[in-house]
Design a protein around this ligand. Structure first.
Ligand code: ZN
Length: 199
């Protein structure tokens, strides 16, 4: 397996430990997004894309993040300390979505991504710099000349590049007014839970 492309999106706030988002292409055909480059004490390192782990509310069965004190759905008080602990006794709040399964692969990804990150940092100092992170891959490019077979009602519309997703499935929210969309939380930059997957 070879990493054939690395795309980097540098964060504006370099004081933050989250230095950049990153996507890698494997063998010119498979993309993994939402890797993160974190400024660690021994230099930058790569964190795999991760999702928040959840547990079910004992009262209503709704999924809640492990740090939530109350159920998002019914408001029931949730048991504290319901997270699984790893061998070192540290609370496991996140799980990697995609990750290497041996150190050789981990090192290969790490080296390749960090090298690309350093190049990107230099390039970003040049006038007219633009990150390629949000550009479309392969078939994500909108097809202008759609044939008849592409116009069936069951077909999803041809889409542009998918935006980087949040790192976790959104918990259901109760709409207080009942007539507004449930999603009321401000859109986050995506960096709020960086690095947690590597704890
Ligand atoms: Zn509940």
């Amino acid at each position: 397996m070879e990493i054939t492309e690395v795309r980097i999106k540098l964060m504006d706030d370099s004081d933050d430990r989250l230095q950049a988002f990153c996507s890698v292409t494997l063998d010119d055909c498979f993309v993994i997004r939402d890797l993160k480059i974190i400024d660690g004490s021994n230099g930058p390192f790569v964190a795999m894309p991760s999702r928040k782990l959840t547990s079910h509310c004992p009262q209503c069965g709704c999924k809640n993040h492990l740090r939530s004190a109350y159920c998002n759905q019914c408001g029931a008080r949730l048991k504290e300390d319901r997270a699984i602990r790893d061998a070192d006794g540290r609370t496991k709040l996140y799980a990697d979505i995609a990750h290497p399964i041996n150190s050789k692969c981990r090192e290969m990804i790490q080296e390749r991504v960090i090298a690309a990150f350093r190049v990107e940092v230099e390039q970003s100092k040049q006038p007219g710099y633009r990150s390629r992170y949000d550009e479309a891959y392969g078939d994500e490019v909108p097809i202008i000349d759609a044939g008849p077979e592409d116009t069936g009602p069951m077909r999803p519309p041809k889409t542009k590049a998918i935006q980087p997703a949040g790192s976790e499935p959104r918990p259901p929210h109760m709409s207080k007014s009942g007539d507004r969309p449930a999603e009321s939380a401000p859109r986050r930059k995506g960096g709020d839970d960086f690095g947690a997957g590597i704890l």
